[in-house]
Design a protein around this ligand. Sequence first.
Ligand SMILES: NC(=O)c1ccc[n+]([C@@H]2O[C@H](COP(=O)([O-])OP(=O)(O)OC[C@H]3O[C@@H](n4cnc5c(N)ncnc54)[C@H](OP(=O)(O)O)[C@@H]3O)[C@@H](O)[C@H]2O)c1
Length: 254
Amino acid sequence: MHQLLPTPLEDPDRELADEDLVQAYAYPEAASPSDCWVRANMVASADGAAGLDGRSGGLSGEGDRRVFGVLRGLADAVLVGAGTVRTEEYRPPAAAAQHAAHRRARGQLPAPVLAVVTARAEIDLEHLQPREGSSRPLVLTTTSADARRRAELATLADVVLVGRDRVDLSEALAALAARGLRRLLCEGGPTLLGQVVAGGLLDELCLTTAALLTGSPGPRLLDLDRCVGPVRLRIGHLLVDRDELLARYLVDRG
Ligand SMILES: NC(=O)c1ccc[n+]([C@@H]2O[C@H](COP(=O)([O-])OP(=O)(O)OC[C@H]3O[C@@H](n4cnc5c(N)ncnc54)[C@H](OP(=O)(O)O)[C@@H]3O)[C@@H](O)[C@H]2O)c1
């Protein structure tokens, strides 16, 4: 993997080590303890599809998987929609030995907290089962979700009620910040990301573009139920790994 932008001052052909990636993707310092930084990490085909045969894995190459791991290593919490949890067979992230020292130094838990956004709380308990060194997950749901389902989920997760029929994402972020979870990594899917964008809550988009046209009409990166207008982005950096382009975009609030 190499850096294309900003143009490296020294050897442009230098292979990036994991330590370089940790620095390149470091979260900014928070202005205050209640300030969350919302980074989304997504992969898309060159024709903008969010999946191949219904999963994102078919779009993802070695470089994307590497950055995916680095970003989890940096995050306090992984925010994800229930649709992705169900289709991509999510479980709470395990603690990874290569991130342990950095996480300790930043005062983070050994593994990021999985925070699942769901209106209906229809999450299979297997998605919340702990793994080696994992943190207790959170389910961010609504007061209208079935009370018995919520009680079942509470056996394995902290269930947080943030909205009546839909999760109010601003409230959800405040609930995460109150738990000291500020460095957020939203792993989609398109419905959740659409709402994060529509709510003006996105700070950064890490986007891998796979060198592939899916040529099929499946979901795109953002699933929006209304027009929210353009959101301007600036390039933070651009990396390349074989044919994959890995961009870090920052939302331009100016
Ligand atoms: N290309 C990529 O990087 C990438 C990343 C992730 C996923 N994907 C793909 O995306 C597809 C899934 O798409 P999706 O749009 O259905 O995924 P999603 O956004 O993960 O899930 C949608 C579900 O999340 C819950 N949800 C989202 N926002 C909510 C809110 N404000 N309040 C309450 N609940 C909320 C709802 O769950 P309930 O139905 O439980 O109420 C909703 O049905 C899969 O094929 C997956 O492979 C691609």
